[in-house]
Design a protein around this ligand. Structure first.
Ligand code: UDP
Ligand code: MG
Length: 338
């Protein structure tokens, strides 16, 4: 069976178009499938439209999250719930054409691989800013050591059951899936496609979320920035030695002019470097802290498959489902989840 995981946040505008285009593709497959729509706490008509669509589409399964958890967390929720032997993740806005799914399945079977990445060969419909920032993102991540990630591969990919199980078992909370999956190093293939324009509605990825994703990517993949502080420190030390020598010579020669400008510049520069290093440290400490807290990144309110109603008692989450005791409601010996 194939599971198709689709995160949706306020996608009422595009949903009818999405359903219309996806359904023939999935119905045309030889395998059985489930479409797992993860409603990421939408505030518009998305849940209503999904319930309506379910009446005529038995394979549609709706996983409603209690609150907006974000794109990556919504996909993680879908991966944890998906039952398929193969799992595809794609966005709801039709930027990733669903017609590529059969190609991905065929590629996975023909080449015997675990992962098939959808790679955007043509991004001409994206804005210049989006393309530039994406290029910078992938280039930075390569420098940071996340080498396995194919360029221009977003979150449109096919994964085998083994891959999904491996991802679900990762202890990380703020997973950036497009880097985590390549880092597993499982055999992979790519399928190219042209990125289309968003069919309707507006982007749910404001700049702040893009920056958050980049920070999660960097701190999740590399401790190189921490080493930056060491290099700054070494550079500063050498500079200080040089300045000391200069000051001594100036003193001996008698050129002891009050150097106000140089003093201010040095103080400001040293202060800035210190703050930068503190900030870098803070990013990692924050990550360690939130991992220690084991606070779930999402809460499931309702799953149309199990019919579990919204009782508000037990929170099922990526981290909770890893340990059976925790799934029963806060078995870690401290405050249970509400
Ligand atoms: N999305 C989500 N939760 C969020 C933000 C986005 O589930 O908090 C979904 C959104 O509905 C879409 C996908 O993630 O299916 C990608 O978002 P979008 O297309 O707005 O991002 P962009 O393509 O502009 O980067
Ligand atoms: Mg999009």
């Amino acid at each position: 069976m194939l599971s198709v995981v689709v995160p949706m946040y306020d996608e009422a505008e595009v949903l009818p178009l999405f359903v219309e285009r996806l359904r023939p593709v999935l119905d045309g497959l030889e395998d059985g499938y489930e479409l797992l729509a993860v409603d990421d706490g939408s505030k518009d008509a998305t849940p209503v439209l999904l319930q309506a669509a379910r009446r005529t589409w038995p394979q549609l399964r709706v996983l409603r999250l209690r609150a907006n958890a974000g794109h990556q967390a919504a996909i993680s929720a879908g991966l944890a719930a998906a039952r398929g032997d193969w799992v595809v993740t794609l966005d709801a806005d039709l930027q990733d054409p669903p017609e590529v799914i059969p190609e991905m399945l065929a590629a996975a079977r023909a080449e015997g691989v675990d992962v098939v990445y959808g790679v955007r060969t043509d991004r001409s419909t994206d804005t210049v800013f989006k393309r530039r920032s994406a290029h910078l993102f992938y280039a930075t991540m390569r420098v940071m050591g996340a080498t396995g990630a194919p360029d221009n591969a977003g979150d449109y990919r096919l994964m085998s059951r083994a891959t999904v199980d491996a991802v679900n078992a990762l202890p990380e909370d703020h997973r950036v899936l497009r880097l985590v999956v390549p880092a597993l190093g499982f055999p992979a293939a790519t399928v190219g496609y042209a990125r289309e324009e968003r069919a309707a509605g507006t982007s749910k990825y404001p700049l702040a979320k893009m920056i958050r994703l980049s920070l999660d990517s960097i701190t999740g993949f590399s401790s190189a920035p921490l080493r930056l502080a060491t290099w700054f420190g070494l550079g500063g030390f050498l500079l200080a030695v040089g300045l000391l020598l200069y000051a001594l010579v100036a003193k001996l020669v008698g050129h002891t002019v009050a150097g106000w400008t140089s003093t201010v510049v040095i103080v400001a520069a040293v202060g800035a470097v210190q703050l930068l290093c503190l900030g870098i440290l803070g990013e990692y400490v924050g990550r360690v802290y939130s991992t220690l807290q084991r606070r779930p990144t999402y809460y499931v309110a309702h799953d149309s498959l199990t019919g579990a109603s919204d009782t508000g008692s037990v929170a099922v989450s990526a981290s909770a489902s890893r340990t059976p005791t925790a799934a029963a409601g806060g078995g870690r010996g401290h405050t249970p989840d509400p």
